[in-house]
Design a protein around this ligand. Sequence first.
Ligand code: FDA
Length: 396
Amino acid sequence: MTASTSHYDVIIIGAGAAGLMCAATAGYRGRKVLVLDHANKPGKKILMSGGGRCNFTNLNSTPANFLSDNPHYCISALKRYTPQDFVELVDRHGVEYEEKAPGQLFCKDSAKDILKVLLTECEWAGAEIRMNTSVSGIRQVAAGFTLKASAGTLSCESLVVASGGLSIPTMGATGFGYEVATQFGLTVLPTRAGLVPFTLHPELKQQLAPLSGLSCPVDAHCHQQHFREPMLVTHRGLSGPAMLQVSSYWQPGDQVHINLLPAQQIQHDLLTLRSEKPQSTVAHYLNQNLPKRFAQTFNELQGWSGPLQAYCNAEIEHIARRLGDWTIQPAGTEGYRTAEVTLGGVDTRQLSSKTMAALDQPNLYFIGEVVDVTGHLGGHNFQWAWASGVAAGNVA
Ligand code: FDA
């Protein structure tokens, strides 16, 4: 250590959800903590999350809500820091929230409330936060690490990488954490955008263009993963919770299957309608069960016309299949530009599920989105950030 080196017990790179949670936890243990971030403000993704109201946890979160090449890794941390623990924290700070969908807790007022909780906790715990600070080099030394930062040379006993994934580069996302992992000999699994809207091939995009802005509840699935949530048609393609969820399981070239009427027994309904009102039409049935504009456009695309009595049983079955399993092949996704998360990342097989530290580098920790643990939509990603941040903060 040179005379001008500032020494900390713990340096955390990334003042996002995971980094701030880790900082407060380590600070309360009496550790001298510094959080570094190259952005001008902490917690930018918290502020933009949940449409500005931050879906900060999900009361029903279980390990089954996470994707990872090593699915058991997240269990321990999630068990030790539960959604209820985070709810107790926000309650202590008097944050008002509401359950917008089953289990999904959002701030009543603003996502700023959650960031304020974290910054207040960091302050009470004595953790220092330095923004506008980048790190250009990390070196391992006998007692820990030295960092070449834009603010000068820093040293620490424990280094926590909480620099997030690649989604939304305009918010400061970088591949920094992956570079650090590689530098220290850890494997980084291929990354891709998750919870991201689909783009469509020109023909389908043009056909669906008149429906832009329409949303309807569907059951969408890809690789046996079903999501019964709303789908939204946009001027670029398909979005809404159902499509975002499915996108995390989708690989280029895959088809996406959409049941447009998940609450209906489509074939049975059509057969009944045919026998009770033979003059009725498929268009009429769709109008009753889908947003009008959607019903009309979809019916026109399929070319279903004439009274139901003109359709034989096999044709009715075919129509029911088209509605219950509308199969599309997306052109791609909107990518990291709009993705809520990054799938893949630091391979958790080389990390301790108890401490989040690298098994071969016990003082080097990886938490939050930078690791290969990605949640479903609905507050699970923040729950992972809190749980992994606390797990590392308890030992770093
Ligand atoms: P996060 O990305 O939050 O923080 C990383 C920090 O590291 C950033 O402050 C960044 O500036 C800094 N950094 C990066 N590179 C650096 C470098 N080279 N040097 C220094 N600092 C560096 N989840 C959820 O559960 N509920 C929700 O409602 C939403 N909503 C949502 C909306 C949108 C639009 C997005 C993009 C994402 C969400 N998410 C979400 C996902 C959630 O925001 C995400 O999973 C967490 O923020 C991840 O927390 P981390 O702390 O790991 O990374």
